[in-house]
Design a protein around this ligand. Structure first.
Ligand code: ATP
Ligand code: MG
Length: 435
C-alpha cells in the first residue's frame, strides 16, 4: 500500500480502493450506531465512518476520548457516500494512533471564533493546520513557481547573492548590524549592489528570490523585518519603459499562472485573484501629486498611496498601476538611480502598486562611473567604501536597470490579507523573533 501522503483530496477518484491515510484528528463524534472521525491531512479532510456491526469494535474504543489534533493512521476502503462532505468516506479496517495531542489546545484549529493574530502567530503550527491558512501558502508557492517560469521564458538566470555584508546598499537606519568575528557586518537590506555587479559580470539578465532584512522600527501592516525580495536586473536597457514592460509581463504571467493553478486545485483564494488586462496604467509622479494637491519633495504616504490606488481602479479599472518619473529629490538617497539627462530633476524610477499597496520599486540605474560617484557624494556616501562595487563600473558596465518586488506584499494583496504577517509562515517584526 502506498505511503499515506496527502491522499484526502484524491479519494473521490478512488472509490472501492483500499488506501491508508494519516493526519490530525479534527473531530470524533459517536451517534449510537455510527461514529465519524474527521481526519485532516496535507490535502484536505476525510470522513472516516465506523458502523456498529460492520466495523471492528476495537476501533471505536481507540478513538473514544482521543484528544483532538492527535495524529492517526487509518487503513480502509473508499466508499461513495452522499451524506459525507466530499461525497466519499473511508470505511476503516485498521487504525493506529501515531501521536497523542495534549489538552487543551492553545489555539483551536476548527473554532468558529477567530483568534487574534498575535495568538495565532504565537501558535503558528496550529494556525497553519487551518485549511484557510494553508491556502495562503499554496497561493504563495504557485506565485513563486509562476515567477520562476516567467523569468525562465525571458532568458533570466536565477542567482543568489550574499546576505552578510560589510556595507549596506543605502542609509544605515534600517540595517541590522551583526558581530562578524568581532568585526561589524550587516544583514542585506537588498541585493541591489550585487545584482548590478552581475550585470558588470556580463550575466545580462538575472533574478533572485531571497530574504531581505530591514530594521523597520515602525509597526505597520505592510512592514516586517525579514521579507522575501524578488529582484531582477537587466542589461542593455536605457528607456525605463522597457523595464516596466518586462516587469508588467512577468507579473501578468505569474498572476495568471497562480490563478489557473488555484482554480485547478479548488483553492478558495482563486476567485479573489484578478484577471489582468495589460497595459497597467502609467501615472507620472507629478500627475499623482497634483491630483492630491501636494508637492514633489517627498514620497507618498500610506493614505496617499491608497488614494492613488483607488483612482487607478476607478479610472482605469486596473488593480495594478505604475507611478513613473520619480523626482530626483525623492530619490536623493538612492545614489544608483539614473537621473534623466534631459531633465536631471527626474529619475527613471517607478513604483508598481496594487490596490494602494507599494509592491515594487525599480528603474534605470546610473552606469557611468563619474556620475555615479557624483550621486554618491551628493547622497553623503563615501565612494571609497564601495570599492568592489565600483570596480564593476570601471571595467565596462552596460547600461542597465531593474526592480525589487516584495513577495510578501504581493501575496498579502492577492490573498486579500489585512496584515502582511499572515503572508509569511513565521513572520519577524520588531516584537517577534519566535516562533
Ligand atoms: P516602503 O516605502 O513601503 O517602506 P520601500 O520603498 O522602502 O518600501 P524598497 O526599498 O523600494 O521599499 O523595496 C522594494 C520592495 O520591497 C517594496 O516595494 C516592498 O514591496 C518590499 N518591501 C520593502 N520593505 C519591506 C518591509 N519592511 N516589509 C515587507 N516588504 C518590504
Ligand atoms: Mg520603494
Amino acid at each position: 500500500m502506498p505511503l499515506p501522503r496527502r491522499l484526502s483530496r484524491e479519494l473521490p477518484e478512488r472509490d472501492g480502493e483500499s488506501v491508508r491515510i494519516a493526519g490530525h484528528l479534527e473531530e470524533y463524534r459517536a451517534l449510537g450506531g455510527v461514529a465519524f472521525a474527521l481526519v485532516r491531512d496535507g490535502s484536505g479532510t476525510t470522513q472516516v465512518t465506523l458502523k456498529k456491526g460492520t466495523t471492528d469494535p476495537a476501533l471505536f474504543a481507540t478513538l473514544e476520548g482521543l484528544a483532538r489534533e492527535s495524529v492517526v493512521e487509518v487503513e480502509g476502503t473508499v466508499s461513495r457516500s452522499t451524506k459525507s462532505r466530499r461525497g466519499v468516506e473511508l470505511l476503516p479496517s485498521r487504525l493506529e494512533i501515531l501521536s497523542v495531542a495534549e489538552v487543551p489546545l492553545p489555539l483551536g484549529v476548527v473554532d468558529r471564533v477567530p483568534a487574534e493574530l498575535n495568538v495565532r502567530l504565537d501558535h503558528r503550527i496550529l494556525d497553519l493546520r487551518k485549511p484557510a491558512v494553508r491556502a495562503v501558502f499554496e497561493l504563495r508557492a504557485e506565485l513563486l513557481a509562476g515567477f520562476r517560469a516567467a523569468f525562465a521564458r525571458r532568458g533570466f538566470l536565477e542567482v543568489e547573492t550574499p546576505k552578510l555584508l560589510r556595507q549596506g546598499a543605502e542609509g544605515g537606519a534600517t540595517l541590522f548590524a551583526v558581530d562578524y568575528f568581532g568585526a561589524p557586518a550587516f544583514l542585506a537590506q537588498s541585493p541591489q549592489l550585487y545584482k548590478q555587479m552581475l550585470i558588470a559580470a556580463g550575466l545580462e539578465r538575472v533574478f533572485e528570490i531571497a530574504p531581505a532584512f530591514r530594521a523597520e522600527p515602525s509597526d505597520t501592516v505592510r512592514h516586517i523585518t525579514e521579507f522575501a525580495s524578488l529582484d531582477a536586473e537587466v542589461g542593455y536597457v536605457t528607456d525605463p519603459e522597457e523595464i516596466r514592460a518586462l516587469l508588467e509581463g512577468i507579473v501578468v504571467d505569474a498572476v495568471a499562472a497562480t490563478r489557473e493553478a488555484l482554480l485547478r486545485s479548488a483553492n478558495p483564494l482563486a476567485s479573489g485573484i484578478p484577471e489582468l488586462h495589460p497595459p497597467f496604467p502609467r501615472i507620472p509622479f507629478a500627475t499623482a501629486a497634483a491630483a492630491l494637491g501636494r508637492g514633489l519633495d517627498d514620497d507618498f504616504g500610506t493614505d496617499e498611496e491608497k488614494a492613488i490606488g483607488e483612482r487607478a481602479e476607478r479610472e482605469h479599472g486596473s488593480p495594478f498601476y505604475f507611478v513613473t518619473d520619480y523626482p530626483s529629490a525623492v530619490k536623493a538617497g538612492t545614489f544608483y538611480a539614473w537621473r534623466r539627462d534631459d531633465d536631471p530633476s527626474r529619475t527613471g524610477y517607478f513604483d508598481l502598486g496594487f490596490r494602494g499597496l507599494e509592491i515594487a520599486s525599480g528603474g534605470r540605474r546610473e552606469h557611468r562611473l563619474d556620475r555615479l560617484q557624483e550621486n554618491m557624494r551628493r547622497a553623503g556616501v563615501d565612494p571609497a567604501r564601495f570599492a568592489s562595487y565600483l570596480e564593476g563600473f570601471r571595467f565596462g558596465m552596460p547600461p542597465h536597470g531593474g526592480w525589487g518586488l516584495g513577495v510578501d506584499r504581493l501575496v498579502q494583496g492577492l490573498a486579500g490579507l489585512p496584515n502582511i504577517r499572515e503572508a509569511r509562515l513565521f513572520p519577524r517584526d520588531r516584537y517577534r523573533l519566535e516562533p
